[in-house]
Structures are given as structure tokens and as C-alpha cells.
Design a protein around this ligand. Sequence first.
Ligand SMILES: C[S@@+](CC[C@H](N)C(=O)[O-])C[C@H]1O[C@@H](n2cnc3c(N)ncnc32)[C@H](O)[C@@H]1O
Length: 350
Amino acid sequence: MLRTVGAAAGEGAVVADLFSGSARVAHALKAAGWRVVANDHLAFAHALALGTVQADAERWSVQARTILAKLSHLPPSPGWFTATYAEGARYLHPANAARLEAVRDAIERLDPEPELRAVLLTALLQAADRVDSTAGHQMAFMREWAPRALKPLELRLPELLPRPAAGPCLALAQDAVELAASIECDVAYLDPPYDQHAYLSNYHLWETLVRWDRPETYGRAAKRVECRTRRSAFNNRREIGPALARLVGALRARTLVVSFGAEGFLQRAELERVLAARGFLRVLEIPHRRYAGTRLGIHNGRGERVGTPGADTTTERLYVVSDRRLDLPADQPWADAVPREEPCHGRDPH
Ligand SMILES: C[S@@+](CC[C@H](N)C(=O)[O-])C[C@H]1O[C@@H](n2cnc3c(N)ncnc32)[C@H](O)[C@@H]1O
């Protein structure tokens, strides 16, 4: 991915990641020296982007490390969070949940400025992630404690990066389709949901840890009730096509890099039709191993298998479309999806 962006983005370029999720890609883009705009509509994803992409090391490392050292010594404080997610559901060992609860309450009381708050919340999410008792997603939890869940919670300073020479990075929390027209960048990386699986449901616990809003929950998995109603257009078979077309049509970027699962709601031909209007289009197929939950089957709160294991691998397609012919990494089997003599622009990208 980085090499693909590298083929399109020169030094000092602005790269936008409009569905930033864990912020791992946006963080790697910042580390590579680009100015990054990271956006995601979920609160926990925005906190991760604010805390690891917008926040610069030289501004926050010392202060955040000092605060985290103090927070590490807080006594456990079991309350609604521990009762809901460690005793009712069992995502975290009660000892760790009670410490998380104490730290989260303390961050609320400290009321730090937004970037510092996001660095502290990122440290908390990363600490929780290292000791959770799941197979990766929060649709279910392990019947017996995962060995890592028995390890003590440890707060560590997130990997902060220095501000790129090209300028500051930015984290936003907006609907990508609404945001598109106001973003100006050299490369836009789009990794939207491509089927019914929503990050809000898969990571509802992280959303709650960040929003700290004592949500009403349902079922053995104790998901936030809004998981039933708050849906992205990209999780809807009928809405995804028009949403993507609007997004692609509105973006002012010379190059788009779009990641989309081969088994998603949109077929390759449909995506090619939407993207080809922006210029030279090439497609790469990348096989991935599926996450553990899918390979093992899904279990309910009693540890009974309620889903069947899926195939071992899944294919991600990377669509790269640009107003010019790019020199893409030669060791990858790129295909000219829509061979053209001249680029054909639905609109002028600049
Ligand atoms: C496949 S994940 C992105 C994963 C990300 N590339 C990573 O490295 O973690 C899709 C993301 O899109 C976000 N999302 C879904 N619909 C959105 C919308 N309309 N606007 C902004 N973000 C959206 C979800 O919250 C989720 O984090």
C-alpha cells in the first residue's frame, strides 16, 4: 500500500485516509513523511487518529508519559464498566476492567486538551487490546479466559511520530461522503466497509471506552443499542453504490487508491465503472488470511459454536486510478482494468 501511494505522492504530498479505522495505515503514511488527513465517523477511530496521527511526538511525548506513569498506579475502581464487560459479558478480566475503569474516570476528571486526551485514550485502548479475551472482534468473547486476559493491564505511551517536514497532520470525525468535497489532497486512500460487517458492532467496547457514556446494551455480547440502528451507507447493499459514486465524484485528488473485498456488495465491474471516469485504472488482487474468529467459527457467551468456519483466505482488491499513468511497484501483478489511450475525466480533479 505504502509503495503504491509512493508511486503517486511526491515529497510533501497530502494523503487523505477517509476511513481510517485503527489508524494504522494513516500512522504508517505519516511515518513515511506525508501530510496525512485521517477521517473516520466513529469516536474510537477518531481518538486513535487524533492520538497517533495528528498528535506529534515533540509536543506530547514527555507530558503523556508522565501522566500515564501516574495513571498506572491508580487503585482499581470496579463499577458499571466492569459489571457489564467483565462480569456480565467477559471481554476483559475483572481485575483489568476495574483498573481500566479507574484510568478512564481519571482521564475524564483531568479533562486534558483534545490531542493529549486522545494520546491517553489511545494508550488505554491499546492496553485493553493487549489483554482482551476475544478472537479479534467483539462480536463474542472466549468461553475460558484467553491466557493474555490474565496478564496485568499495562499502560504504554503510543508510538508518536514527529511532525512531517511537509506540515501538520489532521484527524477528522465526519461522514466521508459529506467530507469529500472539502478535502483537497494528492492521494485519497479509501478503505470503506464493503459488506454488512460494521466496525461499530465489531469494536463496540472501544467505542464505549472512548465515549464513556454508559450505553444501554443488548444480548450476551452486551453491544451498544445503537449497533442495531446506526449503519453506514457502506454497510448497506442498496446504498453503497450511490455513496461510493458520490464520494468518488466529489473528491479533489489526482489519485485514488481504493481497497475493496472481492466478496463485497459491489462487483469488480461496478467499481471499475465508477473509478474509470477519473483516469488510468489498475487493479491488484491481494490474498489475506481471514481473522481467527472466522477460521474457528463463532461462539456465543456459553462457548457454543453458533457459526461455521469460513474459507481460510479472502481477497482484497486494490484499485488505483490516477489522472496520469503511474509507475506502480513492478513486482505486483497489476492489471490494466480499462485500457485507454487517454485518461477520461468525469470531472477535472484539480
Ligand atoms: C475497513 S475499516 C478501515 C480500516 C482501516 N484502513 C484500518 O487500517 O484499520 C472501515 C472504516 O470506515 C469507517 N466508516 C464507515 N462508514 C463511514 C462513513 N460514512 N464515513 C466515515 N467513516 C466511515 C468505519 O468506522 C471503519 O473504521
